[in-house]
Each structure stands twice: as structure tokens, then as C-alpha cells.
Design a protein around this ligand. Structure first.
Ligand code: DX5
Ligand code: ZN
Length: 221
């Protein structure tokens, strides 16, 4: 059963509390938090203090922290303490990502690796068994509201096949450019966690109804 993960990047931050509570009421269990450092990606967002704030607002939610930063290893402890549950970092940002996974495991968080659109799946073959999830970016990292990159649906299907062949239960998380037209198809291709930012928070329709309706569209997969 694929799950929706609303991304706070597209929230109205002056109404963070209300919007998060509405997303939760709509049935969202996972909240996606994009950490950007202005170095690995050309944008700056937030750090552990934001994770701590979201944790206070939603004590029961699964907080999924996506690190788009150059030196993820140095901050794992801070994000663990702030209340993260799932933590992913970019394989393009580190040399020894085996050690970073180890560190995330040591903090009892669910380890994930994130791959930019152009990064081949072979990069993670040797660590796949140790990952709780793989995050496939389906836009270039840095900004919400971009267009889904053509061809990425194939990458999802190939990764799903690999995971199945190895007998693993690794989640595939899709991040970027999800819209009403492609969401169900992405789930059918093997995405089990689907991040949606602008699709949820930048529309007139009520957030709660939107989360409920979009979740229903992917539940069958
Ligand atoms: C992109 C971010 C995404 C972003 C997705 O760098 O990692 O998580 O919030 O936004 P939408 O759903 O608007 O494409
Ligand atoms: Zn993200």
C-alpha cells in the first residue's frame, strides 16, 4: 500500500501548525522535510530546529528528513535528537556512504540514500540490503514545484525489480514533480512512498481533503 508523504517545503510557514494538523487529519502518516545547505544544492531551507518544531506539532508522525547537504555525516546526531525517524542523504555528496549508513543505523533511525535523476542505480547495489528506503529524485534537487523528469518512471520500475529479485522489502520513495496525472502510475511502477509538496499545499482545495483524496488514489498499489 503506497503512502503519501506531504513535503513541508511548500507549506505556508506562517501557518505551519494548522497546515500540518490538516495534513495529519487527512491521514498523512509521513511528513517529508527537505534540508538544503546552499552548497550541495543552490537553495537554503532549514535544519534540526525545524524537525524539532514539526515533532512538537505532530508527536506521532513519521518524520522523513531528506538531507541535501554536502556533509551529512556531521549532522546525523543533531537530526536524530531533533526527532527524525527516517534519514536520507545523497550518494553524490559523500565518498564513503557505507560509513554514513552505519552512523544512521547507530542512531536507530531508518537509513535511506537519495539519488539525483542522473545517478545510476548501480551506485547503491552493494548497500541495498542495508537500506530501509531509497529516495529517487524525479526532479533536479533544490526547489519544489518543478516538472517530473521524463524517463524516471523506468528507473522506479528497474529498482523495484532489483529489490524484488533480492527478496527485500525496501521502500522506494519518489520525490519531485508528482501531480494528479502521474501519482497513481508512479505507485503502480513500484513507488511505495510518494512525496508531494506543491500538489498538496499550493492549491485552493482544502489540505485535509486533498491528502485524503490523493492517498486513496495510491492505496491500491
Ligand atoms: C526537491 C525536494 C522535494 C520537493 C518536492 O528538491 O526534495 O521534496 O519538496 O516538491 P514538489 O512536490 O512540489 O515537486
Ligand atoms: Zn525531498
Amino acid at each position: 500500500m503506497a503512502k503519501l508523504a506531504p513535503s513541508i517545503l511548500s507549506c505556508d510557514f506562517s501557518r505551519l501548525r494548522e497546515e500540518l494538523l490538516l495534513a495529519r487529519e487527512g491521514g498523512a502518516e509521513i511528513i517529508h522535510i527537505d534540508v538544503m545547505d546552499g552548497h550541495f544544492v543552490p537553495n537554503l531551507t532549514f535544519g534540526p530546529l525545524m524537525v524539532e518544531a514539526v515533532r512538537k506539532i505532530l508527536p506521532e508522525a513519521i518524520l522523513d528528513v531528506h538531507l541535501m547537504i554536502s556533509n551529512p555525516r556531521s549532522y546525523i546526531g543533531d537530526f536524530a535528537q531533533a526527532g527524525a525517524d527516517m534519514l536520507s542523504f545523497h550518494v553524490e555528496a559523500v565518498q564513503d556512504f557505507d560509513a554514513v549508513i552505519h552512523e544512521i543505523e547507530n542512531r536507530a533511525l531508518k537509513p535511506g540514500v537519495a539519488l539525483c535523476p542522473g545517478t545510476p542505480l548501480e551506485m547503491i547495489d552493494h548497500v541495498l540490503e542495508r537500506l530501509a528506503f531509497v529516495l529517487l529524485l524525479t526532479v533536479n534537487p533544490g526547489f519544489g514545484g518543478q516538472k517530473f523528469l521524463a524517463g524516471m518512471e523506468k528507473k522506479i520500475a528497474v529498482l523495484r525489480r532489483k529489490i524484488r529479485e533480492k527478496g527485500l522489502s525496501t521502500d522506494i520513495e519518489i520525490d519531485g514533480g508528482v501531480n494528479e496525472k502521474n501519482i497513481a502510475f508512479l505507485a503502480s511502477q513500484g513507488a511505495s512512498i510518494i512525496v508531494a509538496g506543491s500538489l498538496i499545499f499550493s492549491h485552493k482545495e482544502e489540505i485535509k481533503e486533498r491528502v485524503r483524496r490523493l492517498s486513496e488514489m495510491i492505496q491500491v498499489f
